[in-house]
Design a protein around this ligand. Structure first.
Ligand code: ZN
Length: 213
């Protein structure tokens, strides 16, 4: 039996997760994010068929991404971008084992079937650059400090998550300049902050790993 948390914190909002919620309006929806009431509704059925646990958790991640977009980004992402990020992250969280421990930065990260090598610690020559992604060579470079000052764990992992978002966009052949909403590295960084919070403060990853096929 699928057990989901009753609440999840996104930014300062404590969202209620209503599951199973089988009368979501508008009719036909299997999930809904309501910013004004801080509620995520998830249906157990789709028409006359019962949804699999995997589908339900995928929808939960999708609605959480709407929450992150609303709270961290000011509701700027397109529905199709949320859909793409949700399905990509669902697989990424299954394929990788993130510890979010500064002493255990992963050496490899699998993103949409491509294994990226993570080079860290890396020293950038460009002033102010703390992370970089080279998609053709499937390489992510991460700095862990500057001029003898160590970066905090949060900063390093937000940079890693942001790099993974860039890798997702590349694998879907999305030109960031063209895609409304996500066409800005600041947006990627803000989204990464939201995802880092969810990954480290909720048991979402654990739930996803449990329902994987
Ligand atoms: Zn949606």
């Amino acid at each position: 039996m699928l057990i989901l948390p009753k609440t999840i914190k996104i930014g300062s909002f404590v969202y209620k997760i209503l599951f199973p919620c089988d009368n979501i309006e508008p009719e036909g929806m299997v999930g809904l994010h309501e910013y004004h009431s801080a509620t995520i509704k998830l249906s157990k059925v789709d028409g006359s068929s019962t949804r699999t646990d995997q589908k339900i958790v995928q929808t939960l991640l999708h609605e959480i991404l709407h929450g992150i977009d609303a709270i961290y980004c000011g509701t700027i992402l397109e529905e199709s971008t949320i859909g793409m990020l949700a399905s990509a992250w669902f697989q990424i969280l299954i394929d990788n084992d993130f510890k979010f421990d500064i002493d255990n930065i992963p050496k490899k990260v699998k993103v949409c079937g491509i294994t990226y090598t993570v080079i860290s610690p890396y020293t950038f020559t460009e002033l102010g650059t703390t992370a970089g992604i080279d998609n053709p060579n499937a390489t992510i470079r991460l700095s862990v400090g500057i001029n003898g000052t160590k970066f905090c764990t949060e900063f390093v992992f937000v940079n890693l998550i942001g790099s993974i978002i860039s890798a997702i966009l590349s694998s879907y052949s999305i030109d960031m300049e063209d895609r409304e909403g996500i066409g800005d590295t600041k947006v990627i960084n803000t989204l990464a902050n939201g995802l880092y919070q969810i990954f480290t403060e909720s048991n979402l990853i654990e739930i996803i790993k449990k329902v994987r096929c």
